[in-house]
Design a protein around this ligand. Structure first.
Ligand SMILES: C[S@@+](CC[C@H](N)C(=O)[O-])C[C@H]1O[C@@H](n2cnc3c(N)ncnc32)[C@H](O)[C@@H]1O
Length: 217
């Protein structure tokens, strides 16, 4: 593949736009569903929880999340206008029942008041955070005391084999993520990794190791 094509894949993953963005979002949701479920299951969701997700893509996983407990409220934040629209359309029933709320934000400042959420999670977005320490402090700020935050990402050793990750991506292994978290007030509760077989964006199969770090305020 040419460098421009690899760069285009990286840009779509970071910020889906246009016709290609919709295709990419469908593919992401399918390919990453195990990672997303892992993040959700590690949140320990209980009834009436208010849950925030950063970078939900098309949010095709919302039904799975809503099955975790009764009377949940889900809030989704995105930087991509296209993903915001797609997620609202795909989840229009949850939106009209006022169980799901989607908004756009700038990727840095979370547009909610202090202590607004019981649980927060994000999957495959850490690579694109512009100011990681500041975003973590924002997540901390909007989380309730004793609330949990799950950050789920694919390990650097796997990701660096994918040729498009040379563009746009900041890759993490567990140690690097831990070092970042240690700069914040979060406590690490536990860290769990899994390996799964995936077909990559460029067509080949590989073993992907991914990790969820569970944090507590
Ligand atoms: C690689 S996709 C992952 C989507 C989905 N979470 C998944 O794992 O399939 C990254 C998504 O995060 C969004 N994004 C990028 N930077 C972000 C940030 N700082 N905060 C929230 N979302 C972000 C992008 O618009 C894109 O939809």
């Amino acid at each position: 593949m040419k460098q421009e094509e690899l760069q285009a894949i990286a840009s779509q993953l970071k910020h889906p736009t246009g016709e290609k963005g919709i295709e990419m979002a469908n593919m992401m949701n399918e390919t990453n569903i195990n990672m997303t479920k892992h993040s959700i299951q590690n949140l320990n969701i209980s009834k009436e929880n208010k849950i925030l997700e950063l970078g939900h893509g098309n949010a095709g996983h919302l039904e799975f999340l809503m099955e975790q407990a009764e009377n949940l409220k889900y809030y989704g934040l995105e930087m991509s206008e296209l993903m915001f629209q797609e997620a609202r359309q795909i989840n229009r029933n949850f939106v009209s029942q006022k169980q799901a709320f989607f908004s756009l934000y700038d990727g840095n400042k979370i547009p909610f008041e202090d202590e607004s959420f019981d649980k927060i999670f994000t999957v495959n977005t850490i690579y694109f955070w512009q100011k990681p320490e500041e975003l973590l402090s924002e997540i901390y700020r909007v989380l309730n005391p004793n609330g949990n935050f799950c950050v789920t990402f694919a390990q650097e050793d796997f990701m660096k084999q994918l040729p498009f990750t040379q563009f746009e991506f900041e890759l993490y292994n567990t140690e690097k993520a831990q070092k970042l978290i240690e700069k914040t007030a979060f406590k690490i509760v536990y860290i769990e990794s899994q390996t799964e077989q995936v077909k990559s964006k460029t067509g080949e199969f590989a073993d992907r190791v991914f990790t969820t770090i569970v944090l507590e305020k």
